[in-house]
Design a protein around this ligand. Structure first.
Ligand code: DLL
Length: 430
């Protein structure tokens, strides 16, 4: 299988560790010298750049959080003069104050390498036609995919998201081989391809989907409706953008670009580093980023790391699909509920219901309520009342609490062109 930077993607563990230690020392020294927040925090913790002697010393350094990015907004975490920043992106977060991420010219090159590695892993090369249907703009999806596709010399079609029928006409007319968008938009595109009856005109081979959680059942549906192999890509604005980690054709977790980032898994409650293979919060230290480096950044994404050898030949550690975020967990009547658990139940019943759903949480008479709106599949011809009872029973046994299911007509829930908004929690409004 092709790789974009085989000499980096297949480094031995010893080589990776040696590279990481060298870059970590470099990075800690420069943030200590150039970023007041890091200097103060390290002084408080009683650690100096000289205390970083081996990789395990990373655990001596204080964490960085999203709140820090808000507090030091917009430029107080830069480790370079502002004139060296050539691009700004912002996270799509809807709550709280904005956060931004500043990139130097080298940072953009490094980022393009990350996405290019993903493209090469899907078999893309200079003959490929890459349609970028992630949103362009402050969101990192559009430009991130764009730069990566340019780096491998592919033909890029920068459609951005939206205008779904035109997207599909372009795919047919221009012979798109690789599609980049969110998995929820890929589902919508697949649904529209079916309605337009043009699947046999598509030249698509692979899709690169990320920016939101998606399940294996969703993958199967996308692969079927678009006739492609669907790859999972992960990233976050603060750390870089898409391409922090990416899937190979084994589809067994996403290889983290370990030459750029050191990942750790910590206990989200105590901050303690957990032993290899544990499930916990993913933390990144950016060891090559120049503009706005992050030391031990808490992503709030929950997953495990797998250091075993991947059959694809890549040696970089794989992260399992994030199973949710510490902050998207809902506490409903005292029980922890992850939206992904609900989605899994719905997708297991994909003959009866479609994967279009919304989770509504509210508080009535001091009691939390959980309602789930889900569309019936166009093919459904059974007893609606019976199906509703059936889903409610499955949800109760998965979640440990009851939920009310509302079965709606096909196409009655609005489709997503970017990140899907699945959860509406109205409890804080009252
Ligand atoms: O979503 C960057 C991106 C763009 C990734 C395009 C992949 C493709 P943010 O908007 O800052 O950046 O959101 C980052 O999205 O912390 C995860 O919670 C979630 N996320 C990103 N990729 C995945 C994925 C972009 N493959 C936040 N699976 C992250 C599950 C993901 N969640």
């Amino acid at each position: 299988m092709a790789m974009f930077q085989p000499e980096i993607e297949t480094m031995s563990r010893d080589e990776i560790r040696a590279h990481q230690l060298e870059k970590l020392k470099w990075q800690v020294k420069r943030v200590y010298e150039n970023v007041p927040m890091y200097r103060e925090r390290m002084n408080e913790a009683g650690v100096s750049p000289d205390d970083i002697v081996n990789l395990e010393d990373l655990a001596k350094l204080p964490f960085t959080t999203k709140q820090d990015l808000r507090d030091y907004y917009p430029f107080d975490l830069l480790a370079v003069p502002k004139k060296d920043i050539v691009r700004i992106h912002a996270s799509s977060g809807t709550t709280g104050k904005q956060i931004v991420s500043g990139y130097t010219r080298n940072d953009l090159e490094t980022w393009a390498d990350g996405f290019a590695r993903q493209l090469a892993a899907t078999g893309a090369d200079s003959k490929s036609v890459v349609q970028v249907s992630y949103g362009y703009g402050l969101f990192t999806g559009g430009l991130g995919a764009h730069q990566g596709a340019q780096k491998i010399g592919a033909m890029v079609i920068p459609t951005s998201s939206g205008n779904t029928e035109r997207q599909i006409r372009f795919m047919c007319d221009l012979g798109t081989t690789h599609l980049c968008c969110t998995p929820s938009y890929a589902m919508y595109l697949g649904e529209t391809v079916r309605e337009m009856g043009v699947k046999n005109q598509l030249k698509l081979k692979a899709g690169i989907f990320g920016a939101e959680p998606w399940t294996e059942d969703m993958r199967a549906q996308i692969e079927e409706t678009l006739g492609i192999t669907a790859y999972d890509i992960y990233g976050l604005t603060e750390v870089m953008g898409p391409g922090v980690s990416y899937e190979c054709h084994m589809q067994q977790g996403m290889h983290i670009c370990e030459d750029m980032f050191i990942p750790e898994i910590i206990d989200p409650d105590t901050g303690e580093v957990l032993p290899e293979g544990s499930f916990g919060e993913l933390v990144f230290t950016t060891i090559t980023k120049e503009g706005q480096p992050l030391i031990r950044y808490r992503t709030r994404d929950l997953c495990t790391l797998d250091y075993s050898q991947c059959e694809c030949g890549r040696t970089h550690v794989r992260m399992k699909k994030p199973a949710g975020r510490t902050d998207d967990m809902l506490i409903i009547r005292g029980v922890n509920v992850f939206p992904s658990q609900i989605e899994e139940v719905l997708l297991k019943n994909s003959i009866e219901v479609s994967p279009n759903y919304q989770i509504l949480v509210d508080r009535v008479n001091n009691t939390d309520t959980l309602d789930i709106n889900v569309e019936l599949s166009p093919k459904f011809d059974g007893d609606v009342e019976k199906e509703k009872k059936n889903l409610e029973m499955q949800l109760r046994s998965t979640l440990g609490i009851g939920a009310k299911v509302h079965l709606l007509r096909p196409k009655s829930i609005v489709r997503s062109e970017g990140k899907a908004k699945r959860v509406i929690d109205n409890r804080n409004l009252r």
